[in-house]
Design a protein around this ligand. Structure first.
Ligand SMILES: NC(=O)c1ccc[n+]([C@@H]2O[C@H](COP(=O)([O-])OP(=O)(O)OC[C@H]3O[C@@H](n4cnc5c(N)ncnc54)[C@H](O)[C@@H]3O)[C@@H](O)[C@H]2O)c1
Length: 264
């Protein structure tokens, strides 16, 4: 039996990058997957990929900043696939580099998409999961929610997601609902931020490898595997966990250590 054969999942922002990879991995492990996307073309592309591989998927268009849109999308996905028992909050956006250059609309936009959008999805799914005896939620946060690596509004929102993860895990555990967060470090994707950085320096991912004890940035599958585990029955006693999937980045400061250990 496949690990996610009884899973009905909804993955936000699954039209691209890590979210697409998570949706494909869940489907490959037997899950029926609702793809919630603001970009319909990209979302439908993911559906095509999953179906071509023999999986089951359903598209719902929504902008997670709209609480009503999210509720409708989750109701439509439930009608099409059945009661959702795994929510993966992956959709996100950032393009604001530092506080000095931050505009007020930019701050509001990033907090709105990344934190409020995640809350809208959690708020809509909780009553449904409670009524169905439970479920699992995996939030994609970031190492940016635990330390400062630039993108301050995004980082503040990701720290908020970490706190929200703990609130949900604490309040809804008795309802059979688990809630965990995954904190990726740098992941080799072509989102807006990495595209700009790669245009400036095509070798940016290779250069960043030195900061990671494991010697490389992550691939989307590194994140998808962690999400699939936390969303599965294998993680049935794990809730409220904040899991860095960062190649050891937060464990120490190996580049600094290389500087002061002269024999290195
Ligand atoms: N790529 C990295 O290096 C990295 C590092 C740490 C954490 N993360 C996190 O991983 C997740 C995925 O990142 P990615 O690099 O694949 O991003 P991405 O930009 O490639 O994909 C995000 C997807 O979310 C969708 N989306 C954006 N705003 C939306 C909205 N308002 N409503 C619905 N959908 C919306 C986009 O259309 C897109 O398909 C995010 O939560 C991100 O913060 C990424």
């Amino acid at each position: 039996m496949l690990r996610h054969e009884n899973t009905i999942a909804l993955v936000t922002g699954a039209g691209h990058g890590i979210g697409r990879c998570i949706a494909e991995q869940l489907a490959a492990e037997g899950a029926s997957v609702a793809i919630l996307e603001v970009d319909e073309d990209k979302g439908r592309e993911t559906i095509g990929l999953i179906e071509a591989a023999g999986g089951r998927a359903f598209f719902v268009k929504a902008d997670i900043t709209g609480a009503d849109q999210v509720e409708t999308a989750i109701a439509d996905a439930t009608e099409a696939l059945g009661a959702i028992n795994l929510l993966v909050n992956n959709a996100a956006f950032t393009d604001a580099g530092d506080l000095k250059g931050m505009s007020l609309p930019s701050w509001h936009r990033e907090v709105d998409i990344n934190l409020n959008g995640t809350y809208h999805c959690i708020r809509a799914i909780l009553p449904l999961m409670r009524a169905n005896g439970g479920g699992a939620i995996v939030n994609i946060a970031s190492v940016n929610g635990l330390r400062y690596f630039g993108n301050p509004s995004y980082s503040a929102a990701k720290a908020g997601i970490i706190s929200l993860t703990q609130s949900v895990a604490s309040e809804f555990g008795r309802d059979g609902i688990r809630c965990n967060a995954v904190c990726p470090g740098s992941v080799r994707t072509d989102n807006i931020t990495w595209t700009i950085r790669q245009q400036k320096d095509p070798k940016v991912f290779e250069k960043l490898g030195k900061w990671y004890p494991l010697g490389r940035v992550a691939e989307p599958t590194d994140i998808a595997r962690a999400v699939c585990f936390l969303g599965s029955q294998e993680a049935s006693y794990i809730s409220g966990a904040i899991l860095p999937v960062d190649g050891g980045l937060l464990a120490g400061m190996n580049v600094m250590i290389d500087e002061f250990i002269l024999e290195a």
